[in-house]
Design a protein around this ligand. Structure first.
Ligand SMILES: NC(=O)c1ccc[n+]([C@@H]2O[C@H](COP(=O)([O-])OP(=O)(O)OC[C@H]3O[C@@H](n4cnc5c(N)ncnc54)[C@H](OP(=O)(O)O)[C@@H]3O)[C@@H](O)[C@H]2O)c1
Length: 359
């Protein structure tokens, strides 16, 4: 397989650090540029971090002494020296849109973890096992931007990764309504217990903007392509509540759903266990062997025990049972900074490389 030079925009942040650990020994991708804000620019990565390294594995030696570039001022230089960039920045929506579009216009594909472009119908929001075909809208986007290589592809919000994968294999049964309550880890806010001590022994019943994303983004992922654009799905009806809980990593969802065609719990479990997609068929380097794991124990999945399943790229499901108001209820879990952020971004980039979009 061809080797690709990649840049990480927002390299000093929580998601950026995850990209660094995931790409350390990646067989296709080599990190050749680290970029962040002007606050970090010109410093070595270690200096720019200033004690912010939050990963459990040590900071790779090859990365420590790399000089961090300014994502805005050094854009042309960065775009010329890499094959594509991963982008995860803490900026307002308009500035993020401008930054990402500037890279795409400079013929540098952007794999984005930010929400700014998620609503654009010619920007694919890809969960590789679920909607790899949405990559087709990249051609429409390139026509709009007037680019040959440059485009933006986005990852969905981390919360939906915990329940959309488990609902997808049931969609052909006519899922009519879904209620999902998410219990989200503090790393989803870029925090640890050291940097957010108020979260110890606490629960906060509000995550700004999260419920809107959790209800709208699944409809794009489940949408179809018409005239080169993504047209959102209209069913099922989804309602959510998103809570911040004192867990370091791993978003859990308690899900209730109703469907037109009834099948038994064993048939649902079989659908989960047998579900696989393009990443498994193409044997992409970051693909879990099994996307959905069902636990039969009553007390699983648990964040601490199960979030790292298959390198944090698998989704765990458990507690499937009949409900009194809906047809079924279950609990599902995914690692929010691995499958839900950087790992999902790396897998999407692998898919787009395998399909020729980065050539
Ligand atoms: N954490 C998660 O689980 C998660 C999951 C999915 C998506 N996301 C999304 O990923 C993005 C980053 O999240 P995070 O948790 O990694 O945030 P974070 O820890 O606060 O890091 C933010 C990064 O953005 C950089 N930055 C700030 N202003 C910049 C500018 N003007 N130009 C270039 N870089 C700039 C920062 O650089 P400096 O160090 O120089 O300030 C830092 O590298 C957000 O959009 C977030 O919503 C996060």
């Amino acid at each position: 397989m061809k080797q690709y030079r990649v840049g990480i925009i927002g390299a000093t942040g929580m998601v950026g650090q995850r990209f660094i650990t995931l790409l350390e020994n990646h067989p296709w991708f080599h990190v050749s540029v680290l970029a962040a804000s002007s606050r970090s620019a010109g410093k070595t990565y270690e200096e720019a971090l200033g004690g912010r390294w939050q990963m459990t594995s040590p900071l790779p030696e090859s990365i420590k002494s790399m000089v961090v570039l300014d994502a805005e001022k050094d854009r042309e230089k960065i775009a010329e020296s890499v094959d594509f960039v991963f982008c995860a920045v803490n900026l307002d929506k308009q500035k993020t849109r401008e930054l990402e579009e500037a890279y795409a216009l400079a013929e540098c594909p952007v794999i984005s973890n930010n929400s700014a472009h998620r609503g654009d119908p010619d920007v694919p929001m890809i969960i590789p096992e679920i909607n790899p075909d949405h990559a087709a809208v990249i051609e429409t986007q390139r026509k709009r931007l007037g680019t040959k290589r440059g485009f933006i592809a986005v990852k969905s919000n981390c919360s939906i990764q915990s329940y959309v994968p488990a609902i997808t294999p049931l969609l052909d049964l006519g899922v009519t309504k879904v209620l999902a309550c998410t219990y989200q880890a503090i790393s989803g806010a870029g925090k640890t217990f050291r940097t957010w001590p108020e979260m110890v022994d606490n629960l906060i019943p509000f995550i700004g903007g999260e419920e809107g994303k959790s209800e709208n983004e699944p409809m794009k992922v489940w949408g179809h392509i018409e005239n080169g654009l993504v047209v959102n799905a209209v069913n099922p009806a989804i309602t959510t509540q998103c809570l911040r809980v004192p867990v370091s990593d791993g978003h859990t969802a308690a899900v209730f759903l109703s469907m037109e065609k009834k099948i038994s719990p064993e048939e649902i479990i079989a659908r989960w266990e047998n579900y696989s997609g393009e990443p498994q068929r193409l044997a992409l380097p970051s693909a879990p062997k099994q996307f959905l794991h069902y636990f039969r124990e009553d007390d699983r999945p648990q964040a601490r025990l199960d979030r790292n399943l298959e390198n944090g790229m698998a989704v765990s499901v458990g507690r499937l049972r009949a409900d009194t108001q809906y047809d079924y209820k279950f609990v599902s879990l995914s690692h929010n900074t691995l499958r839900g952020a950087a790992g999902g971004g790396v897998l999407m980039a692998e898919l787009l490389c395998a399909k020729g979009y980065m050539d």
